[in-house]
Design a protein. Structure first.
Length: 190
């Protein structure tokens, strides 16, 4: 899997992946998490502008997107019916989605994030049974409930310590900007 920061020219491709993901969510019993219009185009543009949006490629084909934010997330300042396991610096994985062209999107995104911090937080909607299952599979602890910008409730998760780096082994090469010509998916390239 090849991962690179998103650029302004990727805007429409990102919106297309989110449209596909919304349809898949509806199909799998989760119509409310992103509704008909989230993530918004404004949020996507902000993620690109701040350098926190990432594109994922499998064998040279775009297959996923996500946002990763290092530092305090305002929506995580208040947690109900639980607590965060620690108050150490963390990164937050948001808006992860695929278009059906690759497998292991979450696994590869978590490996990428785990190279940057030992503490990863993420949230999901109660109806997103698939994501809830995957988060538990990858060692996340259910911590309580948070409320996102639009006021809706989400289940909050955190994975702490070295486990945050052990999702999948990878090789990091920072200078490459395009997927490898040979389609070698054994490397994750930042």
């Amino acid at each position: 899997m090849f991962i690179r920061p998103a650029e302004s020219g990727d805007f429409e491709a990102i919106l297309s992946i989110y449209a596909y993901a919304r349809e898949q969510m509806r199909h799998h019993g989760n119509p409310r998490q992103w509704g008909d219009d989230r993530p918004s185009p404004e949020t996507v543009q902000k993620d690109i502008d701040k350098g926190q949006a990432y594109m994922m490629f499998h064998q040279g084909i775009l297959c996923g997107v996500f946002a990763f934010i290092l530092g305090e997330d305002p929506t995580y300042l208040r947690i109900e019916e639980g607590a965060w396991p620690n108050q150490e610096p963390y990164g937050t994985l948001h808006r992860i989605a695929g278009n059906g062209q690759g497998q292991g999107i979450l696994s590869h995104a978590l490996a990428f994030c785990g190279e940057k911090t030992d503490n990863i937080r993420i949230d999901t909607h109660e109806d997103n049974r698939i994501m809830r299952h995957l988060l538990e599979k990858y060692g996340f602890q259910r911590c309580g409930y948070i409320y996102v910008e639009d006021g809706t409730k989400r289940i909050a998760y955190q994975r702490c310590g070295p486990a945050a780096q052990k999702t999948q082994p990878m090789t990091i090469q920072k200078k490459l900007r395009q997927p490898p010509e040979n389609g070698d998916a054994s490397q994750l390239i930042l």
